[in-house]
Design a protein around this ligand. Structure first.
Ligand SMILES: [Zn+2]
Length: 195
């Protein structure tokens, strides 16, 4: 077998969370002994561990593992990075797209590392505003580019399924550092991502 992917869960955490999910499901009026729900507490416990695995990952290390000296000093854009996160107020998903740009300052980073750090920060309990800043600061402080820009467009289940029940609204957040604080550079980036 040339490739095999393993999933590992902390058994103690899985057991604890499983027992609590069982109580929650019962408190909500369900019967946890019926067929379809028998293994649900364990599955939910594992799903939540997967969706919050970012707490155990170091985004700075991920970036540092693939930084290379290069003289290229034009804008680098990775757009339409898929985002899946959990809102920290309701523990409901929000999802959408992240667009990242940076202008190198003697160093570039492996392109796949940018989606990786999006995953690290989004697999935590989050608010979209802080997520935007964390991605921005991580790239700015680690790669030290001439500038960095992050735009996130996301739909929030807590708005769509409950609360104001607005199904078609998206929330946009953005942050800019260095060269992107200049209006021309920022506009060039926004044009290139189709905004
Ligand atoms: Zn929410």
């Amino acid at each position: 077998m040339p490739y095999k992917k393993f999933e590992e869960y902390n058994m103690q955490v899985t057991d604890d969370v499983k027992d609590r999910y069982k109580n929650i499901i019962e408190d909500l009026g369900e019967d946890t002994t019926r067929d379809g729900l028998l293994k649900t507490p364990e599955r939910a416990a594992k799903a939540m561990q997967f969706l919050t695995q970012g707490y155990n990952q170091d985004p700075v290390e991920i970036l540092k593992s693939a930084m290379f000296k290069e003289s290229y000093n034009e804008m680098v854009i990775v757009k339409d990075i898929e985002l899946y996160s959990l809102c920290e107020h309701h523990i409901l998903p929000f999802f959408g797209k992240v667009h990242i740009a940076y202008i190198p300052n003697g160093q570039i980073v492996g392109l796949s590392k940018l989606p990786r750090i999006v995953d690290v920060f989004s697999r935590r309990l989050q608010v979209q505003e802080r997520l935007t800043e964390q991605i921005l600061d991580c790239i700015n402080d680690t790669l030290k580019p001439q500038g960095v820009a992050v735009v996130i467009e996301a739909a929030h289940m807590c708005m769509m399924m409950r609360g104001v029940q607005k199904q078609n609204s998206t929330t946009t957040t953005s942050g800019f550092r260095g060269q992107f604080e200049k209006i021309e550079t920022r506009n060039e980036f926004l044009k290139l991502i189709g905004k």
